[in-house]
Design a protein around this ligand. Structure first.
Ligand SMILES: Nc1ncnc2c1ncn2[C@@H]1O[C@H](COP(=O)(O)OP(=O)(O)O)[C@@H](O)[C@H]1O
Ligand SMILES: Cc1ncc(Cc2csc(CCOP(=O)(O)OP(=O)(O)O)c2C)c(N)n1
Length: 568
């Protein structure tokens, strides 16, 4: 007689889900297909949220912004080869911006890939990911799923956060494993983001530099926002009395209306400061690499960063503080009282106040002009005034002029509420970030989009409607990339490279999916539509007609356009 002993088994599909849930991950952003459709179904069946997108890049962007908002890696799930490649752009953007996310892609079997035998959607994904990911891992055995997921989580969030690739060959998911063994193989990541305290002498060096400063400036980057050390950062600014500048995604760490904000005198303080404290900000192209006329007189830098190799990347850093921002700022605060640092005097603060007053008055004149059609300024003044009533709204922003002007006109009042094109200046983050922010926060999102920028991810309007997310998309419709007035010099029938369909009605797009569409041509109409859409809390799109002559090519980046030397 045969003894049938029933063995309780599980499989790779279930073990991947168990490993994610074991580490308190509850949401996956992705797009189904062979070999991961059943993984998505199972995730949902096991109580996780699976948010299905129309393009993997947008799912990856949603995962990346979820990581930035929560300090836990956002998860993006794609099919192999083309789906993986679509997600790879978002993974690379996450790594560039120091956002923690994990791109999980199904893949072909090693034996087929390595012999290049032409599998369905065959690609050596692990090696393709390596140049753009902070770390890349492949799991070949079901018993290693617990380790692989744990390593991916730790790699994404520890040290300088970034994007991690996790490769799951199709066969792995179908592998079975004894249930008890499977359970024991799971790893709950312990202290994935350990505090990294700065060396005491580095703290003293920084305090000594500040003690000698006559014109100090604090510059807050999105690393400072990501660190979630909000109270200590505010205390450092307010206890020292030092003026500060927030980079775009650091806006709201202190309210933009804070008296020590020097944003309205940005050019003056960058050029005149003698000691600059960089907190989670890189001296990259966004800060003119720390040199040239933007920075005027020679100055000395204190730089707080978790990455030692960021120091001296562009210019010499006199006082590096290496560690996590929370620990570094806390250490500075602890040493402040004994450091003998005087608050800045009127010689520094006076001229800043004057320039703030002058520049604010100039801007007010632009914002309050009574012009038709609307331009970037008059539209953004209307949006600014509505959002002032809703300080907890998440704001997504991309475009050229739309990005540049919104960054300086629309105030932020709370940290980690503004999500934009970031370090790369990438277009296409709009709807992915909007969905990610809405899913993570449960709060309304307003996306201020150039019409070209919107086009990169516009199909996700259907995703927004499908999940009934409170996202209001405002399209600054000026009939083209930067502006809508270019012409084809040959007189031929093709429009110029930067021109779109004139007077397009993007508001009709969202109506196709059951959303609410508005078409507005004045700040008053824009105010009404935006207020109504926010109150409704449903998917909405406002097609804002903007003067097609108002834009500047490449916004504030015209200096980056190479000049053709070809004879005209
Ligand atoms: N928790 C943290 N502690 C210390 N540094 C951090 C932390 N998180 C991110 N960073 C650093 O913050 C910096 C962010 O710089 P960047 O993305 O250029 O900001 P911004 O574009 O706003 O100036 C990166 O160099 C990154 O290493
Ligand atoms: C992935 C990618 N592809 C192209 C580009 C280049 C670009 C930078 S800004 C921009 C759009 C500008 O037009 P838009 O209408 O959105 O903005 P506005 O001036 O406010 O009217 C493009 C195409 C970038 N940055 N990323």
């Amino acid at each position: 007689m045969t003894n049938h002993v029933s063995v309780d088994v599980t499989d790779g599909f279930h073990l991947v889900i168990d490993a994610l849930k074991h580490n308190d991950i509850d949401t996956i952003f992705g797009l189904v297909g062979i070999p991961i459709t059943d993984l998505a179904r199972l995730a949902q069946a096991e109580g996780m949220r699976f948010i299905g997108f129309r393009h993997e890049q947008n799912a990856g962007n949603a995962a990346a912004i979820a990581g930035y908002m929560t300090q836990k890696p956002g998860i993006c799930l794609t099919v192999s080869a083309p789906g993986f490649l679509n997600g790879l752009t978002a993974l690379a953007n996450a790594t560039t911006n120091c956002f923690p996310m994990i791109l999980i892609s199904g893949s072909s079997e090693r034996e087929i890939v390595d012999l290049q035998q032409g599998d369905y959607e065959e690609m050596d994904q692990l090696n393709a990911a390596k140049p753009y990911a902070k770390a890349s891992y492949r799991i070949n055995k079901a018993e290693d799923i617990g380790v692989g997921v744990a390593r991916a989580i730790r790699a994404a969030v520890s040290g300088r956060p970034g994007g991690v690739y996790l490769d799951l060959p199709a066969q792995l998911l179908a592998q079975t494993i004894e249930a008890g063994h499977a359970k024991r193989s799971l790893i709950k990541v312990v202290d994935p983001v350990p505090r990294q305290l700065p060396a005491p002498d580095s703290v003293q060096r920084a305090l000594a530099l500040l003690k000698g400063a006559k014109k100090p400036l604090i510059l807050l980057g999105k690393g400072a926002a990501y660190a979630q050390a909000d109270d200590d950062i505010r205390a450092l600014v307010e206890r020292t009395g030092i003026p500060y500048l927030p980079m775009s995604m650091a806006k709201g760490l202190l309210p933009d209306t804070h008296p020590q904000s020097a944003s309205a005198a940005r050019s003056y303080v960058l050029a005149e400061a003698d000691v600059v404290v960089l907190i989670g900000a890189r001296l990259n192209w966004l800060l003119a690499h720390g040199k040239g006329k933007t920075w005027g007189k020679p100055k000395q830098f204190v730089q707080i960063d978790i990455s030692p190799t960021e120091i001296d990347s562009n210019v010499a850093i006199a006082a590096p503080l290496i560690g996590d921002i929370g620990s570094c700022v806390a250490a500075l605060l602890d040493g402040l009282d004994g450091a003998g640092i005087a608050r800045p005097d009127a010689e520094w603060l006076g001229p800043i106040a004057e320039r703030k007053e002058q520049n604010t008055a100039k801007m007010a004149a632009l914002l309050n002009r009574d012009v038709a059609p609307m331009n970037f300024h008059t539209a953004l003044r209307a949006i600014r005034d509505v959002l002032k009533q809703h300080p907890d709204i998440n704001l997504v922003n991309e475009g050229a002029n739309t990005l540049d002007y919104a960054r300086s006109i629309v105030d932020q009042y709370q940290p980690r509420k503004r999500f934009d094109s970031g370090t790369w200046g990438i277009m296409g983050i709009g709807m992915g970030y909007a969905i990610g922010a809405a899913v993570v926060s449960g709060k309304p999102v307003v996306a201020i989009e150039g019409d070209s920028a919107f086009g990169f991810s516009g199909m996700e309007l259907e995703t927004i409607c499908r999940y009934e997310l409170p996202v209001t998309t405002i399209i600054f419709n000026n009939n083209g990339v930067y502006r809508g007035t270019d012409v084809n010099p040959t007189g031929g029938k093709d429009v110029a490279p930067t021109v779109f369909v004139k007077n397009a009605r993007y508001d009709k797009m969202i109506e196709a999916f059951g959303g609410i569409g508005y078409h507005v041509t004045s700040p008053e109409e824009l105010t009404r539509a935006l207020s109504e859409a926010i109150a409704a809390g449903k998917p909405a799109l406002i097609n804002a007609v903007i003067d097609e002559t108002a834009g500047t090519e490449s916004g504030r980046l015209t200096n980056l356009n190479p000049q053709s030397n070809a004879k005209k």
